[in-house]
Ligand binder design. Structure first.
Ligand SMILES: CC(C)(COP(=O)(O)OP(=O)(O)OC[C@H]1O[C@@H](n2cnc3c(N)ncnc32)[C@H](O)[C@@H]1OP(=O)(O)O)[C@@H](O)C(=O)NCCC(=O)NCCS
Length: 182
């Protein structure tokens, strides 16, 4: 091998070496760039189920499982999309469920991207996972042709209300819900 080829091989080796090495370090943004948000796949059913039970513990596991199966079978009108956040180890740590609503409080368009569910595992909170999920959700909404994005929160969920405000949502009203048997 001549000197030129040898130098070329060394330079290629060093480029790959430094690329791999950089993967071992947490970036200076505190690790946020290691979060991957992607659409959920059928193989994510178990992880999504676990996270969903965390957000809506009042629903039975069987009911959640049924909703998940219907979604992947394409039989569910809602949600329209599920985004899953993975940490650097490839472990699912949060999700967002999205729909499009013809009406949402405070909105003036009739095709509003809607955040039906938003959850980050307690141990992963406060490190940008929720923010990354919402950024991807907004992208999804734009891609669906929506120009407004809406959400709702239980009136006593101050933490979530604060997180919504921190991410640019503006509070537009407080609704009380009622029901009766027919
Ligand atoms: C709401 C929730 C999804 C936020 O996820 P998260 O990963 O902790 O959020 P992030 O770390 O990305 O924070 C996003 C922003 O919200 C703010 N925020 C998050 N939690 C907050 C809290 N408890 N109090 C005040 N602000 C908060 C952050 O400061 C951040 O703003 P900044 O970047 O300007 O500092 C998460 O707390 C959660 O799963 N809560 C329980 C379920 C829930 O209430 N879901 C919403 C109702 S559908």
């Amino acid at each position: 091998m001549d000197t030129r080829s040898l130098l070329q091989r060394i330079s290629e080796f060093m480029a790959v070496f430094f690329e791999r090495l950089s993967d071992l370090f947490v970036p200076s943004d505190g690790g946020i760039s290691m979060i991957i948000v992607r659409p959920a796949k059928p193989t994510d059913s178990g992880a999504w189920l676990q996270l969903r039970c965390g957000l809506w513990p009042d629903g039975s596991e069987a009911q959640h499982r049924e909703d998940i199966d219907r979604f992947f079978a394409g039989d569910a009108g809602e949600p329209r999309a599920i985004l899953l956040a993975e940490n650097g180890a490839g472990c699912p740590v949060g999700f967002a469920e999205l729909s499009i609503r013809a009406y949402a409080e405070g909105c003036d368009s009739d095709r509003v991207a809607y955040l039906e569910g938003w959850f980050v595992a307690p141990t992963a909170r406060g490190s940008g996972v929720g923010r990354a999920l919402l950024a991807a959700a907004e992208e999804w909404g734009r891609a669906q042709g929506c120009r407004e994005f809406a959400s709702d929160v239980q009136s006593d969920n101050e933490a979530s209300a604060a997180a919504h405000r921190a991410l640019g949502f503006v509070e537009v009203g407080l609704v009380r819900c009622f029901r009766k048997d027919l």
